[in-house]
Design a protein around this ligand. Structure first.
Ligand code: AMP
Length: 206
């Protein structure tokens, strides 16, 4: 049995947040989303929230130092000792280096990276739907375009680093929530990370 130290990665609108929460629940590990942490702080008007609000609304990246510090703090908490699923971090090569330094020192490298593959047009379609449904302040046309372009230029290249380590599973992100979930479970299963007892049909929808 391989420890579940996971990263889920995919363009905005790929469904990685939803799938990440579901997989993490099935594995009994925390799902750690930097986007959620930032949004909660913005909503709560905390000092961190005030610092990052304008950056997030513009669709830019929060500085690496700040982001990596938040993730290190979170990964040091007890519940992350058995494993964790990162969503939205690392997002560029600098953050990959920060995370490596932290995990290598603990001798706990990532064990699998799930790449949710979704074509750009599909991402844009889903993000526009989400904008209408959830009213997220960064789901406006300008911010969406910027976030997708940052994904392509800064985030997608980190997959090459992880591919070289042989830990990337590309999963087709187009299909129903259950179908995509089942593909992720199968990919993890093949690595000895057992989420299979929570089959796609019996897992709760989130
Ligand atoms: P997300 O929900 O992952 O799309 O994140 C929403 C926003 O939070 C992003 O557009 C960034 O402004 C910020 N953010 C989230 N994760 C990171 C990260 N790893 N590095 C820098 N900024 C981030």
């Amino acid at each position: 049995m391989t420890a579940a130290r996971l990263l889920i990665i995919g363009p905005q609108g790929s469904g990685k947040g939803t799938q990440g929460v579901r997989i993490a629940e099935a594995l009994g590990i925390p799902a750690i989303s930097t986007g959620d942490v930032f949004r909660a702080n913005v909503a709560g008007g905390t000092p961190l929230g005030l610092k990052v609000k304008a950056i997030i609304e513009a669709g830019d990246l929060v500085p690496d130092e700040l982001t990596s510090e938040i993730v290190r703090d979170r990964l040091t908490q007890d519940d992350a000792g058995v494993g964790f699923l990162l969503d939205g971090y690392p997002r560029n090569l600098g953050q990959v280096g920060d995370l490596d330094t932290f995990l290598d020192a603990r001798d706990q490298p990532l064990t699998a990276v799930i790449e949710l593959a979704v074509p750009r047009e599909e991402s844009i379609r889903r993000l526009s739907l989400r904008a209408a449904e959830q009213g997220r302040s960064d789901d406006n046309a300008e911010s969406i375009a910027k976030r997708l372009s940052i994904y392509e230029s800064e985030t997608a290249p980190i997959l090459d680093v992880y591919r070289e380590r042989g830990i990337v599973d590309e999963v087709d992100g187009v299909g129903s929530l259950d179908d995509v979930y089942a593909r992720i479970v199968a990919a993890l299963d093949a690595r000895g990370i057992a989420a299979s007892d929570a089959s796609a049909s019996s897992a709760p929808s989130v």
